[in-house]
Design a protein around this ligand. Structure first.
Ligand SMILES: NC(=O)c1ccc[n+]([C@@H]2O[C@H](COP(=O)([O-])OP(=O)(O)OC[C@H]3O[C@@H](n4cnc5c(N)ncnc54)[C@H](O)[C@@H]3O)[C@@H](O)[C@H]2O)c1
Ligand SMILES: O=C(O)C[C@H](O)C(=O)O
Length: 311
């Protein structure tokens, strides 16, 4: 199975590294516009093969889309990341043009690919990709919820002082500092509601820390995070390529689900060989429904800025 990753920067290269290390795909092509950069990243990753023991063929190309032909999955990470103090939404002016032209290019050579959108503001870039390509909704998946959910479990694990892998939890809504909805009511520690172990105040702290998880890392690193984002994309790609049918919160096109229409935002999805295979309808309580509606208002307002790109 072949995966192309457009953008060989921090997230794209980390994703290629995790995919090859875990043997998720037989071939990975990294593509970037910076002369020689993707080639260098691919060479560096390939020089891990004998020490970490993988057989995936990773190659890099400078803007040559012919090398990406017949990819099963294309991941779009091209564009600029935010700097400390910025929101993801501020990236739209530059990233919208990049994402649209990249989506057109990849489809010319891989007309059947499933596209995973990572560039920010991710929900809006996912919507843009869907509208610009006209592809069916099962083939356009925005990655954000897998990452936000892993951060949620990290913060819960810290609060509980228990391992992250014993914790279950999901973040839905937009992938933004104010639009994420960590579902604290439904999170559990080995099947037991976390509310049995954590006070309301502690859960509120976890909720708030999760929402700004990306901003916190950006403040510490000077640019946005890449290890967990790259691993989260690889997790999603694994579920597609290996038809795992995992339930993963992803940004997908909604047509009435969760009371929303004509918008891409994070909801629980079954992800398999056809990409989005099902949107899972979990029963939200009134407070969660209200948060979801507010989150959708913010994402929709952002989508309004796409008019000139989509014209
Ligand atoms: N959805 C998420 O959960 C999530 C997580 C982390 C980062 N991101 C976003 O992913 C994007 C990339 O982040 P990063 O940290 O890897 O940035 P980065 O700057 O390290 O890498 C981006 C790469 O894109 C390349 N690029 C720019 N224009 C291109 C084009 N037209 N064609 C091909 N390549 C092009 C650049 O040369 C650069 O190497 C940012 O927009 C960031 O906000 C999203
Ligand atoms: O925080 C960012 O800007 C990058 C990404 O969306 C993240 O959540 O790490």
């Amino acid at each position: 199975m072949k995966v192309t990753i457009v953008g060989a920067g921090n997230v794209g290269a980390t994703c290629a590294d995790v995919i090859s290390y875990r043997g998720i795909a037989s071939e990975v092509v990294l593509l970037d516009i910076r002369e020689g950069f993707a080639e260098g990243k691919a060479m560096d990753i390939m020089q891990c093969a004998t020490n970490t023991g993988f057989d995936t063929m990773v190659s890099g190309v400078t803007n040559d889309y012919s090398k990406t032909a017949n990819s099963d999955v294309v991941v779009i990470t091209s564009g600029i990341p935010r700097k400390p103090g910025m929101t993801r939404e501020e990236l739209i002016g530059i990233n919208a043009g990049i994402v649209k032209s990249v989506a057109d290019n990849v489809l010319t050579h891989s007309p059947n690919a499933i596209i995973v959108v990572v560039s920010n503001p991710m929900d809006t870039m996912t919507y843009l990709t869907l509208k610009a390509t006209g592809l069916p909704k099962n083939r356009i998946i925005g990655m954000g919820g897998a990452l936000d959910s892993s951060r949620f479990k990290y913060y819960l694990s810290k609060a509980l002082d228990k391992p992250s892998n014993d914790i279950s939890g999901m973040v839905i809504g937009g992938h933004g500092d104010t639009t994420m909805i960590p579902l604290t009511r439904l999170a559990s520690y080995n099947g037991i509601p976390v509310s049995q172990f954590l006070s309301e105040d502690k859960l509120k702290e976890v909720f708030e820390a999760t929402k700004v998880g990306g901003a916190t890392l950006t403040g510490l690193l000077g640019t946005s995070a890449w290890y967990a984002p790259g691993a989260s994309v690889a997790y999603l790609v694994d579920s597609i390529l290996n038809d795992q049918k995992k339930m993963i919160a992803c940004s997908v096109y909604l047509e009435g689900e969760y009371g929303q229409n004509d918008i891409c935002m994070g909801v629980p999805c079954i992800i398999g060989k056809n990409g989005l295979e099902e949107i899972v309808d979990i029963k939200l309580n009134d407070a969660e429904k209200e948060l979801f509606a507010k989150s959708a208002d913010a994402v929709r307002a952002m989508n309004g800025d796409l008019k000139s790109v989509l014209a």
